[in-house]
Ligand binder design. Structure first.
Ligand code: MTE
Ligand code: CO
Length: 419
């Protein structure tokens, strides 16, 4: 599943790189003249687009393959479905909103700022309703956080299935949010001493109501209205969503319209259980909100094969932990027999995606490449088998196991499991 065809220019560069070990550029005095250098190109002889051609800029047409994709058989309807971030084609750590995965239980709604209301009620001294303008008058904060659906990797429990990290690990995005802290809004309403939980619900038909313990609500939960410097996109909850750093995506209520303060979790009151992890003995793990440390090599990967032959190769990927900062990422190229620490590029922010790079000199032979994340608590990302030994195969949620890619000698990459 390759997105981009190899161009003749790339094939030409590949031939050169293979010929001289370690040489990653073409000799400037090469025998065959390169028309891209010797000829005047069209783009150098015309005016380009004027400044008002695209009042809101979109990616250039050559990047049109970098898009969200879905897996058709996953859900019956696309209104209640999920799509996946093209993490194989992105770099750095911030996910542009336009290609950040979406998960809706009843579709993305259009809710204007003027129609927006947020109510805080329940066990509070003063039940309050905030308009969007009201929210703008509270002190603002900025935080970067990953949002990962608990079902990320859920299709891989039984075996390696989907060809690409977009589908196996792509129910994740990482944005820089601006908003107000939930604790400031709760303080305004005055939480009574019996108030131990908040029940948060959205304005969409599904409402996606979830209970959050008061301790977390008063810690780092944000009521956000900007992402990556601009207003939230419709599909991510415009005009206001909840940001619950480190916790499963389901708690990140979009189009948030009510925060009820209660003495217990509303789910327990209704005796319903959402998002539990079914164990082999028939019992279920409940309240598994924190996303444990995880990582994946995004390139090379099935959708990002190696096009240049042997020699210098950049291996890169993402690591994250709901328990804090990533302190180390190890990479193996021999199926987990030996591990080498990768370089962590840029800042490793708490509860945010962290980029790693690992530069090798590829001998052109097949490799089984894996990454494993370690976070500040000392937690080490487990193998798939280690997770299965504990949780069995009935489970859908919270698969944070190590991913293996089989890089073939021809540079193509496949999703595999090795014993
Ligand atoms: N909030 C509302 N109101 N409705 C929803 O369907 N889906 C939840 C959560 N918040 C949902 C919601 C789930 S399961 C996830 S994983 C995240 O939103 C996904 O956020 P995103 O669509 O911005 O990626
Ligand atoms: Co989800």
């Amino acid at each position: 599943m390759t997105d981009e065809p190899a161009t003749s220019r790339r094939a030409f560069l590949a031939g050169t790189a293979a010929a001289g070990a370690g040489l990653v550029a073409t000799s400037a005095t090469a025998q065959t003249p390169d028309p891209l250098i010797t000829e005047v190109q069209e783009w150098a002889s015309i005016f380009g687009d004027p400044v008002d051609a695209t009042p809101y800029g979109m990616p250039i047409e050559f990047e049109s393959h970098v898009v969200r994709r879905n897996v058709e058989w996953l859900t019956e309807s696309t209104a209640s479905s999920i799509n996946f971030t093209p993490i194989h084609a992105l770099e750095g750590t911030i996910t542009p909103q336009g290609c950040a995965f979406e998960r809706h239980h009843s579709g993305a709604i259009s809710l204007s700022k003027s129609d927006y209301r947020l109510m805080i009620n329940g066990l509070v001294d003063k039940p309050l309703v905030f308009t969007f303008e009201d929210l703008l008058r509270f002190p603002r904060q900025i935080t970067t956080a990953f949002c990962e659906c608990a079902a990320n990797g859920g299709m891989e429990w039984g075996g390696a299935q989907l060809e690409g990290c977009q589908f196996t690990q792509g129910m994740i995005h990482n944005m820089e949010y601006t908003g107000v802290m939930l604790r400031d809004l709760l303080a305004e309403a005055g939480v009574q001493t019996e108030g131990k939980w908040v029940y948060v619900e959205g304005a969409d038909a599904s409402s996606n109501g979830r209970s959050i313990p008061m301790e977390k609500a008063l810690d780092d939960v944000m009521v956000a209205f900007f992402a990556n410097g601009e207003a939230l996109r419709k599909e991510h909850g415009y005009p206001v969503r909840l940001v619950v750093p480190g916790w499963e995506g389901n708690m990140w209520v979009k189009w948030i319209r009510r925060i009820g303060v209660y003495d217990q979790a509303v789910e327990s009151r209704e005796e319903t259980s959402k998002y539990t992890d079914l164990m082999p003995d028939g019992r279920a793990r409940k309240w598994t909100w924190v996303m444990d440390a995880k990582s994946v090599i995004t390139s090379p990967s099935p959708q990002a094969p190696i096009r240049h032959g042997a020699g210098p190769l950049v291996i890169t990927g993402l690591a994250w932990s709901g328990n804090g900062r990533i302190t180390r990422v190890d990479v193996s190229t021999d199926g987990g027999n030996t591990w080498t620490p990768a370089r962590i590029s840029g800042d490793a922010k708490s509860k945010a995606l962290t980029r790693f790079h690992h530069d090798i000199n590829w001998d052109g032979q097949e490799m089984f490449i894996m990454s494993r994340a370690i976070d500040e608590t000392g937690y080490v990302q487990p193998t798939k088998q280690a997770l299965r030994d504990i949780r069995g195969l009935n489970n859908v949620y919270h698969n944070n196991s190590i991913q293996t890619w089989w890089v073939r000698a021809d540079g193509e990459v496949e999703n595999v499991e090795i014993a």
